[in-house]
Design a protein around this ligand. Structure first.
Ligand SMILES: O=C(O)CCC(=O)C(=O)O
Length: 265
């Protein structure tokens, strides 16, 4: 299977409309060059452009949905279109990822569960998702998570329990914590014996330089490919069956002990 992670530069000198058109054509260019294309988190607005979330939020089937559904079907690829600021019918905002099939149908939508910012930014401006999302592809089952979710291993265990073998993580990770990004991507791969495809943004928006360094890790924790800091398309061939083989040959997941007693009980 061949995956292309498109590490988009999110800078303020490009309008959302221009970036959407540019990204749609980058996706289209992956026709015959990838089976699965992955985009980063909130690449229209910028993950740190909190003051624009409300103004640029879209209904689920908004402009980004339409452009990405068409790009996926034009290219004939599975497309994890990263995430958009979604406004639901009640007016609540969510950080929502969209996955399209090669015919351009929506295969899954995932609302980010762990919101970043503690008492500011996304954590106060957006609602939290509650549902784990997996997407069965012919070759593998994807488990999806977004950026800050990477710090919460229990979410990934939930995805593995639901059948995920390839974990896809769009992000807008800041440069100042790049070492955590790489470490956590490898940790999630090793502990879950799964591929991790983690696609970040490049550029600088809201004065926050982005880490870039999108990364693909195999179920043994080996880094198959890693991008630099700038906009880049990272393409990698991988054998999705390696997740099952690794779980068979080194069956650590079977040794999990659940429901431990807590101190004092
Ligand atoms: O956890 C981090 O260090 C970065 C998280 C983040 O930037 C996000 O979730 O948008």
């Amino acid at each position: 299977m061949r995956a292309s992670l498109i590490q988009i530069a999110v800078n303020e000198d490009e309008t959302v409309e221009a970036r959407r058109r540019r990204v749609a054509s980058l996706v289209r260019e992956r026709a015959d060059a990838a089976d699965l294309v992955v985009l980063p988190e909130l690449w229209t607005t910028g993950a740190f452009a909190f003051d624009r979330f409300a103004a640029e939020a879209e209904p689920l089937e908004g402009a980004t949905y339409e452009a990405m559904a068409k790009a996926a079907s034009d290219a004939g690829v599975w497309l994890h279109a990263g995430s958009v600021p979604e406004r639901d019918r009640d007016g609540t905002l969510y950080n929502t990822s969209l996955v399209f099939s090669p015919s351009g149908d929506l295969a899954a939508a995932y609302r980010k569960i762990h919101r970043f910012g503690f008492d500011k930014g996304e954590a106060v401006l957006m609602g939290a998702g509650r549902e784990l999302v997996t997407v069965p592809l012919p070759e593998t089952t994807l488990g999806v998570a977004t950026c800050y979710d990477l710090r919460f291993p229990e979410l990934f265990r939930g995805l593995v329990d639901a059948g995920a073998e390839t974990l896809v993580v769009p992000a807008g990770w800041p440069e100042r914590r790049r070492s955590h990004w790489t470490l956590l991507a490898r940790a999630r791969a090793v502990e879950n014996q799964a591929f991790v495809l983690a696609c970040g943004t490049a550029g600088t928006h809201a004065s926050v330089p982005q880490a870039g360094h999108s990364i693909v890790v195999d179920p043994w924790g080996e880094v198959l490919a890693e991008a630099g800091a700038d906009e880049e398309i990272l393409t990698v061939d991988f054998d999705p069956a390696k997740a099952a083989r690794t779980r068979e040959q080194f069956p650590a997941l079977k040794d999990r002990v659940l429901g431990l007693d807590t101190p004092g009980h």
